[in-house]
Design a protein around this ligand. Structure first.
Ligand code: C5P
Length: 311
């Protein structure tokens, strides 16, 4: 008895970071975009809960309760009133770890969907979304995928009207970045600018109307220049080499070049699939990045791909 779920990585087309809230999180407005770089999670009936991880960066992923996927299975069992429910969770990673692509959140979302099917809990999509939000800011989006606007700390989602398919080259960094550290660095940089008198008072973050209009047009040439990430200065200050990667992408014809989420992955938007391939080849050749992959979006969120249960 086993269920396998495929789940995508995300990039943020806009990430507007507001002030710190009383709970320590930042209020934000973001445009999430799910791309065709997938992890796979299999949940299988077991006597004792355990996690096994294979693939990209597997050694960097914890296999104990600190793994968000384990917490997802526990939270689901509790919500469904299943005492002592156990599951073997196998995670096959292609999304790099601590990369700004929400790979850990994706695995947690996939675990919710896989265990929900395995245990036939009868919980609704709304229940799962609530559990997802309790696990992390990016987990609810990994359930739905597509292109969506996130508010609050990222967990309140509304669908975005986006046309067309967007082709990306994703360049992975040599070392990961801690999301918490990137947000803290963003606060520090802003405080320093405010002390120097060149920071306007920061109100609540706002959705970019020009970006939303460009997304409705389906034209990557309109979208590219409007990509924006308030965490980028912080990521660049922590890993200055990322500047070179972004410049190399622009030189090789990217329509937009941006750090994805808290980084260090750099996302380069191309006009079509062939240009994305050329960009990936050129960036690989430059030797600046650890690896470069191509991906397209939007793609759907966590979805069951194999269900080996007795019907
Ligand atoms: O929600 P998640 O656990 O993925 O967030 C990881 C860290 O990123 C938080 O502990 C916090 O430091 C930072 N964060 C934030 N504001 C957000 C989302 C994340 O400060 N809206």
């Amino acid at each position: 008895m086993a269920v396998t779920v495929r789940v995508p990585a995300k990039v943020n087309l806009q990430l507007a970071v507001g002030p710190v809230r009383a709970d320590g999180y930042h209020s934000l407005v973001t445009v999430f975009h799910a791309v065709s770089l997938f992890d796979e999670v299999t949940a299988a009936a077991a006597d004792k809960t355990a996690i096994a991880v294979t693939g990209e960066d597997a050694a960097a992923v914890p296999t104990d309760r600190s793994n968000l996927a384990w917490q997802a299975a526990s939270a689901l069992a509790k919500a469904a009133g299943l005492r002592g429910a156990a599951v073997r969770i196998e995670i096959r990673k292609r999304i790099p770890v601590a990369a700004g692509l929400a790979g850990g959140s994706a695995d947690a979302a996939a675990t919710l969907v896989a265990c929900n099917e395995l245990w036939q809990t009868g919980l609704s999509a709304r229940d799962l979304a609530g559990l997802a939000a309790s696990l992390g800011s990016d987990v609810p989006f990994a359930l739905v995928g597509g292109t969506a606007v996130g508010r609050g700390r990222g967990e309140h989602l509304t669908a975005a009207l986006a046309a067309g398919t967007y082709h990306w080259a994703l360049a992975f960094g040599h070392e990961g970045l801690s999301t918490a550290q990137v947000y803290a660095t963003c606060d520090r940089l802003r405080a320093a600018r405010a002390a120097a008198g060149d920071q306007p008072r920061r109100g609540e973050p706002e959705l970019s109307k020009p970006l939303m209009t460009a997304l409705r047009s389906g034209d990557p040439a309109q979208v590219g220049p409007l990509l924006i990430n308030d965490l980028q200065p912080a990521a660049l200050s922590l890993q200055p080499d990322l500047r070179r990667a972004l410049a190399a992408g622009r030189e090789h014809g990217a329509l937009g070049a941006i750090v994805s989420g808290s980084g260090p992955t750099c996302a380069f938007l191309a006009s079509d699939a062939a240009r994305a391939r050329e960009l990936a080849v050129a960036l690989t050749g430059s030797g600046i990045c650890r690896a470069v992959v191509r991906a397209s979006g939007p793609v759907p969120g966590a979805a069951i791909v194999r269900d080996n249960q007795p019907s």
